[in-house]
Design a protein around this ligand. Sequence first.
Ligand SMILES: C=C(O[C@@H]1C=C(C(=O)O)C=C[C@H]1O)C(=O)O
Length: 360
Amino acid sequence: MSQEQELAQIRDRIDAIDHQLMDLITERAVCARKIAKIKIAAGDWQFYRPEREAQILRRIKAENPGPLGDEEMTRLFREIMSACLALEQPLTVAYLGPAGTFTQTAALKHFGRSVKTVPLGTIPEIFREVEAGSVHYGVVPVENSTEGVVSHTLDSFVASPLFICGEVCVRIHHFLLSRETTLSAVNAVYSHQQSLAQCRGWLDRNLPQAERIPVASNAEAARLVAERPGTAAIASEAAAEIYALDILAKRIEDEPDNTTRFLIIGRADAPMSGDDKTSLLLACRNEAGGLHAMLTPLVDHDISMTRIESRPSRRGVWDYVFFVDIMGHRENPAVLAALEHLKRETLFVKVLGSYPEAVL
Ligand SMILES: C=C(O[C@@H]1C=C(C(=O)O)C=C[C@H]1O)C(=O)O
């Protein structure tokens, strides 16, 4: 067989496979629609099921035979599920805008591209719109591996009735974007304060003369820079396209593993998926051994803590609340017992939500 004939044969096979794939995806979509009908008949308006989606993605990851990597395979299934869910109910998801922020990347990574993403200007606005029910979910950054906690997000939880129903991590790569074509023409760099901090070393070495100007978001920086000669923005690759800027330098973050964790907030948290986390807001007694008493119930019930953050409580000077993440769902017996124990040992305990551990 000539090389031409062999190629033609394999391409015929690919066409046949695509046809089969289309039939199967269609059959899957019809199933999702049937589920929607059953949900509606039962008066269940909870179309989006984060725990079910996490279970499906975990199974896909575990069963993936290769040669496609797990990340690629789960991404494809993420999009198929997103399209199926959109047939049941198109979700609206608010994120920290404008378009092109890493929070938008996080929203699309978590929900897939068949949702409608709604850019909002501030983190408190996202909380307000989700609370008001004008969007289904919100996505907010909570911590960065280089720069630590996003305090606006943690503080917003203190007075909010919302729950955390998911988490997603995004590897952050920063790009220097500008209308200028050389670094020497740049005399000011705009970005979100966290991004300026994440590229501090690179800026010190490559743009020591440029003023660093913090603005509300990276995408906002890109938007401003598009109008101002002599400036550059630190933002995502996506922002370069949206705001028609040139990329002056790629991947300028100081830490190559720079990752941001985002939370999905909604009016309810998630049922158990089998691999879950629970986020808590705790206040310990302001006395000797108070913090120890707060941690003992977790140790006693063999619960592993993945994070602890303290924030001023705003109730008095040197008074703190703690944001604690633990492994396990709040309905898990060991977690339930630990929560009961915690209620006795602390001033207050608020469960911010249980949710599937990030799969993607
Ligand atoms: C199909 C369902 O509804 C949604 C769509 C899913 C899917 O496409 O697999 C999974 C969970 C839900 O978000 C379901 O509840 O199973």
